[in-house]
Design a protein around this ligand. Structure first.
Ligand SMILES: NC(=O)c1ccc[n+]([C@@H]2O[C@H](COP(=O)([O-])OP(=O)(O)OC[C@H]3O[C@@H](n4cnc5c(N)ncnc54)[C@H](O)[C@@H]3O)[C@@H](O)[C@H]2O)c1
Length: 350
């Protein structure tokens, strides 16, 4: 079978460490043709590292010259929509990083471009592809939780502001702080497990307390530029079916330890994923049962997701991380930011 001609737009940490690394593991399906990064040196370096034929600093040039079949988009968030739409219009399938874009309207414009092109668009929501999430989904579908009436999710870092002063902390480029950066992962996987009930209202609060403090991620670029995003977001989502979800996401907090978790509360069972352990709590004739499966270690991030996307392209199947669902998640995230700005609950238009 003909190999897919592959190119990438944005060859930074995620572009190289996830996309190039995982697509390069599929030599029977993928021919890495071109690498594009606005930093020419980086584009050349990654093109050399992955034996690509060409490197570019302008993705429009790359799309015009290279007749690609498949393109990854791993730029800062504000470039996702324009780059993904250009690639779809150039006839490419697109694997775009999370968050899909900055607003629901922009994500919808990506969905529209996908539908017009007849190509596939998948968002890089790697948590859906993990062993724990796939087993949890089967438990939910088998009715082990019964009616899910509440959920909680969070990702709290003590000192983990990415690239402080760079694009991550510049709202015009990132769309926000940990809510859009980390929250998009766990809001997505929680809603996926719950079967995407319709969200109707959100109430959020954000805090920005670390802009002027020197305590930052030692890998970060240093605080020399903009910091106009939150470093802690908390909130509540209400759904049409009466279900609720609490959330908390931070890049920096004075806490004893860092943690991530997803909890689903059902009237038959409760599910928790935290500290790499999935647990199911059920009542069996008055006795509480705890199931703690021994899961295979997940493969390196991106590999399962990338193989899945290539499989969907080859077999013309629906992708697991659908951009239509990213519109719903972005609606919640932007609603939470609006609620924080207004200081009151916001009703969502779906
Ligand atoms: N799925 C995950 O868990 C995960 C993890 C990390 C990052 N990401 C996402 O990946 C994206 C990139 O994040 P990162 O950490 O790699 O950032 P990064 O800053 O390391 O890399 C971004 C790269 O894009 C390049 N770039 C900027 N504008 C461009 C343009 N117009 N054309 C071509 N290249 C351009 C930059 O020069 C840089 O090399 C973000 O959307 C981020 O949210 C996802």
């Amino acid at each position: 079978m003909k190999k897919l001609r592959y190119g990438i737009i944005g060859a930074g940490g995620c572009g190289a460490g996830k996309h190039l690394a995982s697509y390069s593991l599929l030599p029977d399906d993928i021919q890495i043709i071109a690498v594009c990064d606005i930093r020419g040196e980086r584009a050349d370096q990654m093109a050399d590292a992955y034996n690509a034929e060409a490197s570019y600093t302008d993705y429009k040039e790359m799309l015009k010259n290279e007749k690609l079949d498949l393109v990854s988009v791993a730029t800062p968030n504000h470039m996702h929509a324009p780059a993904a739409i250009a690639a779809l219009q150039a006839g490419c399938h697109v694997h775009c990083e999370k968050p899909a874009s900055l607003t629901p309207a922009l994500v919808q414009s990506m969905v529209d471009a996908k539908n017009q092109s007849g190509k596939k668009l998948m968002i890089g929501l790697n948590n859906r592809f993990t062993n724990w999430a796939q087993l949890a989904k089967k438990w939910v579908e088998a009715g082990r939780l019964g009616e899910i009436y509440h959920a909680k999710c969070g990702w709290k870092r003590r000192r983990g502001i990415p690239g402080k002063g760079g694009w991550f902390t510049t709202k015009a480029q990132s769309g926000g702080g940990p809510l859009i950066d980390l929250g998009v992962h766990f809001l997505d996987v929680s809603n996926y497990l719950m079967g995407f009930p319709e969200p109707v209202a959100v109430s959020g609060q954000t805090y920005s307390k670390f802009a002027d403090k020197q305590a930052f991620n030692p890998n970060a670029s240093g605080y020399t530029g903009t910091y106009d995003v939150e470093d802690l977001a908390v909130g509540l989502i209400r759904y049409a079916n009466g279900c609720t979800m609490e959330l908390e996401f931070s890049w920096a907090s004075n806490i004893e330890e860092e943690y991530t978790y997803v909890e689903l509360y059902g009237d038959q069972g409760g599910l928790r994923f935290a500290k790499a352990q999935l647990t199911l709590i059920e009542d069996f004739n008055g006795t509480i049962l705890k199931t703690a499966p021994v899961l295979r270690n997940d493969e390196n991030w991106g590999n399962v997701e990338t193989r899945h996307f290539v499989h969907c392209i080859r077999k013309d199947e629906e992708v697991l991380a659908r951009p239509e669902e990213a519109v719903i998640i972005m609606n919640m995230i932007c609603g939470l930011y609006q609620s924080a700005a207004k200081g009151k609950e916001v009703k969502l238009k779906n």
